[in-house]
Design a protein around this ligand. Structure first.
Ligand SMILES: [Zn+2]
Length: 183
């Protein structure tokens, strides 16, 4: 039986701004969550998905590494921590399933070392290809950080009006202290 496909939450939903909680890697529910994330990612056709994007308060991420051969592209990251980034900061066009239709260049360090709970305990992965970028984007989601947060102000002002409205709303929440306690 295939896992069910979850509904992806869009920008403006508060679940995208929360800091997610660690999970027990041996809990059956963590396995089930991974299955749901994979089913959803396949259905939506992205390269990465984080649990908060389907309104699950869990530090779980799935990533497709397009640089690996087919059949070996799947990366499950349970309780991932980026230990280190390295190399030059590079600009690359990113999209996000929570921002349908929005593609924009974002600057990030080229390489990353991520540590996570694997089948045999904590393990780490070092990458400086596309996976390093996708992993940084997805791990950001676990702390309520979105790719548009990395854009300079002038570029934020060029966002489509509907998104810009949400950006302004979040700025207003921050200034007025109304967003407190959400993260
Ligand atoms: Zn995203």
């Amino acid at each position: 039986m295939g896992a069910r496909v979850a509904r992806i939450r869009r920008y403006g939903n508060r679940c995208l701004r929360r800091r997610a909680r660690s999970v027990d890697p041996n809990d059956q529910r963590t396995r089930e969550l991974l299955d749901i994330l994979w089913a959803t990612l396949r259905a939506e056709g992205g390269v990465g998905l984080a649990a908060p994007q389907i309104d699950r308060d869990c530090r779980v991420v799935v990533v497709i590494d397009p640089d690996r051969p087919p059949g070996k592209q799947r990366i499950d990251l349970v309780n991932p921590v980026i230990l280190e980034t390295f190399g030059p900061r590079v600009s690359f066009e990113e999209g996000c399933l929570s921002f349908p239709g929005l593609y924009t260049h974002v600057w990030r360090p080229q390489g990353a070392v991520v540590e996570f709970d694997g089948p045999t305990g904590r393990q780490s992965l070092r990458d400086e290809g596309l996976a390093a970028r996708i992993i940084q984007h997805e791990v950001d989601h676990l702390d309520g950080v979105l790719f548009i947060d990395h854009l300079p102000v002038w570029k934020k002002l060029l966002l489509p009006p509907r998104l810009l409205m949400f950006v302004m709303f979040e700025v207003w929440q921050k200034i007025s202290g109304k967003g407190k306690g959400d993260r």
